[in-house]
Structure formats: structure tokens, C-alpha cells
Design a protein around this ligand. Structure first.
Ligand code: PLP
Length: 402
């Protein structure tokens, strides 16, 4: 009787939401207008167009990016400047280029093209980032799900796959504040990733997308161990390819991007880049360096983002706490990044997303966080709290919880 009464109560609340004609959106992993405004200083006259080494940034050239932009990327990624190329407006473009190069020409130069070696498989920690999976799907590379744990990918599973199956040519990683769960890889996971190259073939690559390297919410953020250092310890630098961008530091889709790898790997990538472009947008690189200055400057800037984002994440967690102990699912409590991950009871994610949509709340489609858009448990839902205003977020989460 109590359960039936509770069901009637929830039904009537849900109906009230439906009648309210809401149009709310929790799908967008985008900075809010208030966050974007933090970087309006980019447009200030910051002292002309000439870079430190005399380069006129308005002209062609400088394929690897400005020296000061490469140094900034090196500081963010924890590597040497000569191990960094500073690119254009999107790190995703650099990821696509890297994989396309590996597929067509080979990650280790002539004779190593993935497409010439039979089946190619890739490990995809799940839930993960749909656009990573889209690149592999586009190239026809078969994706294998690997479980995510609180410490990062299940490394027992990863090592077993790499050891037993030479067709496994790589793994996606978002090592800090993973999309969507917000996990930070543990020191042990980082060390085991560094060791992977000792059991994998020379064509194996760790596609390490550190998109949220500086996107902390707390004043005492979790520390990610240095992945390149782990590779150096194990002599596997050629295995690692790192990416980052300022899309969620300054302007989404109008910032600067970075790719980092061993000097040998960058030389291979450069062969493609020199056909693709005469050089990146150095004007934008220079104004970014002048605006952000260095890693301390970035950290100070990111604290302003955190002041806007922390209340939003807290609100989502506070709303979800209504489900505490209800046995209705579990969720992550990220300390940074852009997302939370909610696991409903198996088989319910699609239904929840539909019920929410019928009440005017758009959620990321169920399955989107898995390769081929297929969540075998139909359980995972990605929540993106950054873009909506607090009041909208509050309403959307009330609907979600009901
Ligand atoms: N990588 C991850 C993990 C992301 O979540 C996103 C955007 O949501 C991107 C990359 C996109 O990066 P960019 O704007 O530099 O292409």
C-alpha cells in the first residue's frame, strides 16, 4: 500500500512537470556564457602581433606553433616544449589526424600502417566520450569495451587484452576528470599505462586526452601522476600521445590545442601536418599566451571557472542525494571536469531519458557513452551541469530525480 501510494504521488509530480511545458537541456558539455566572459580579455590589445622570437604572427609559417604556445602546452601536459606541437582551434582534430596517420601511414613510420596489418582493435574504457568512439567508427577500427573503475580503466583487463591480442593497437584515456565519470587515474594506473608499451607491439598507442588537465573544482585538487614520466621510466615514450586544448579554459572551439609525444612520433605526425596546413593560427596562439601567461596564470583563471561551476555540481549532487539508499542507481561525485555519470538500474536508462524528454528535459541519449551507442546494460546516463543557469539546472534535476 505504501509503495502504491508513493507511486501515485510520483506520478502526479511527474504529471505536473509535464504540464509545465519545460524546455530544459542537460546534454551540453559547454561552458556557460558567464564562463566564456571570463576570457573577454583575449580581445584586449595585448601588445601587437610579434612573438618573442620576432615572428610576425599574422603571416604564414611556424608549422609546430609559436615557441611560447608550445611552452604553455608543455606546462599543462607536464612534458618538454620540444615534445609539443601547438595547433589550431580543436584538439579533436589533432586526435583524428593522429589516428588517420596511424591507419593510413603507420604510427611508427613506413611499414607500420595499421590498415595493412589485418584486423585493428582499440580498447575503449566505458562509459567514455562519444567523439573518441566516433573517430574509431569512422576509420572502421573495432572497439572493445573495458570497464572503468574509480582508479581509471581496469588495468588487469587492459593488460590481458594487450598481451593476448596483437590486433589491439591502442587505448583511449581521459586521465583526469574522465568524460563522463570524472575519475582521476591513480598513480598505480598511470604507472601501469607507462608499462603497457613493454608488453604491446611497437604500433600500440595510448591516446591520452587530457582535456580536463586544469579543470579543478576544489582548492586542493587531486593530483594526476605524470604519464610521460611513467613512460620514460619504462622506456616506452613512443607509446604515448597526449592531447589538450583551451576549449574549456578560454573559448570552446576558438582556443588553441596541443599534441605531445616523443620527438620521433612528432616527426611522423609532422609529415602529415605539413601537407595539411602552412601553419596554425599564431595570432590566436599569441593572444592566448599573453592572456594566460603560464601555468600559474591558467590556474588563477581556472579558479574563476570553479567559482561558477562548483555551485552547479553541488546542486546536482544535492538533488541526487534524494535517491540515497533508494536502490535506484549510483552516480559519481567528480572533483572537476564537465560531467557526472549516473548508472540507473540495468535496462532503465532509455526509459528514463524518454520520461525526462516527455517532461521537457533533454538528456544525452542513453548509449551515447558507449562504442556504437550500445550500452550493454542500458544503465548509463551522462549529466552535463555546466551550461544551464542554476535555476534551470535545479528544475531539470528535480525532473530527473522524479
Ligand atoms: N576531449 C574531451 C574528453 C572532451 O570532453 C571534449 C569536449 O567535450 C573534447 C576533447 C573537445 O576538445 P576540442 O574542443 O579541443 O576539440
Amino acid at each position: 500500500d505504501q509503495l502504491l501510494a508513493r507511486e501515485r504521488e510520483l506520478d502526479s509530480t511527474y504529471q505536473r512537470f509535464r504540464d509545465a511545458d519545460l524546455t530544459l537541456d542537460l546534454t551540453r558539455g559547454k561552458p556557460s556564457p558567464a564562463q566564456l566572459a571570463l576570457s573577454d580579455g583575449l580581445d584586449a590589445d595585448a601588445g601587437g602581433y610579434v612573438a618573442a622570437d620576432g615572428t610576425d604572427t599574422r603571416n604564414y609559417g611556424g608549422l609546430d606553433g609559436l615557441a611560447e604556445a608550445r611552452a604553455l602546452g608543455a606546462a599543462v601536459l607536464g612534458v618538454r616544449p620540444d615534445e609539443v606541437i601547438a595547433g589550431g582551434n580543436s584538439s579533436l582534430t589533432l586526435m583524428y589526424l593522429y589516428l588517420l596517420n596511424a591507419w593510413l601511414y603507420g604510427p611508427a613510420g613506413p611499414g607500420s600502417a595499421w590498415r595493412d596489418g589485418g584486423a585493428v582493435r582499440f580498447l575503449c574504457p566505458v562509459p567514455g566520450y562519444d567523439r573518441h568512439f566516433a573517430i574509431l567508427e569512422d576509420l572502421g577500427i573495432e572497439m572493445i569495451n573495458v570497464a572503468m573503475t574509480e582508479d581509471g580503466p581496469d588495468m588487469d583487463e587492459v593488460e590481458a587484452c594487450v598481451r593476448d591480442d596483437p590486433s589491439v593497437k591502442g587505448i583511449w584515456c581521459v586521465p583526469k576528470y574522465s568524460n563522463p565519470g570524472g575519475q582521476v587515474y591513480s598513480d598505480t594506473t598511470v604507472d601501469r599505462l607507462g608499462r603497457l608499451g613493454t608488453i604491446a607491439g611497437s604500433q600500440f598507442r595510448i591516446m591520452c586526452d587530457n582535456a580536463y588537465a586544469v579543470h579543478d573544482l576544489d582548492d586542493d585538487p587531486p593530483q594526476l601522476a605524470n604519464i610521460m614520466d611513467a613512460c620514460r621510466r619504462h622506456g616506452t615514450e613512443d607509446t604515448l600521445v597526449l592531447f589538450a586544448s583551451t576549449s574549456k579554459v578560454t573559448r570552446a572551439g576558438a582556443g588553441i590545442s596541443f599534441v605531445s609525444s616523443s620527438v620521433t612520433n612528432l616527426a611522423t605526425l609532422r609529415k602529415r601536418r605539413q601537407v595539411l596546413t602552412i601553419g596554425p593560427d599564431k595570432v590566436n596562439q599569441l593572444r592566448h599566451v599573453r592572456f594566460l601567461r603560464d601555468l600559474d596564470g591558467i590556474r588563477a583563471h581556472m579558479r574563476k571557472h570553479a567559482a561558477i561551476l562548483r555551485p552547479k555540481f553541488e546542486l546536482v549532487l544535492q538533488q541526487l542525494s534524494a535517491l540515497d539508499g533508494a536502490g535506484m542507481g549510483s552516480w559519481t561525485s567528480p572533483r572537476g571536469g564537465y560531467f557526472l555519470s549516473f548508472d540507473a538500474l540495468p535496462g532503465l536508462a532509455t526509459g528514463i531519458v524518454k520520461l525526462a524528454a516527455d517532461a521537457g528535459v533533454k538528456l544525452t541519449p542513453a548509449g551515447a557513452t558507449f562504442p556504437y551507442r550500445r550500452d550493454p546494460d542500458d544503465a548509463n546516463i551522462r549529466l552535463a551541469p555546466t551550461f544551464p543557469e542554476v535555476a534551470e539546472l535545479d528544475q531539470a534535476m528535480q525532473v530527473f530525480v522524479v
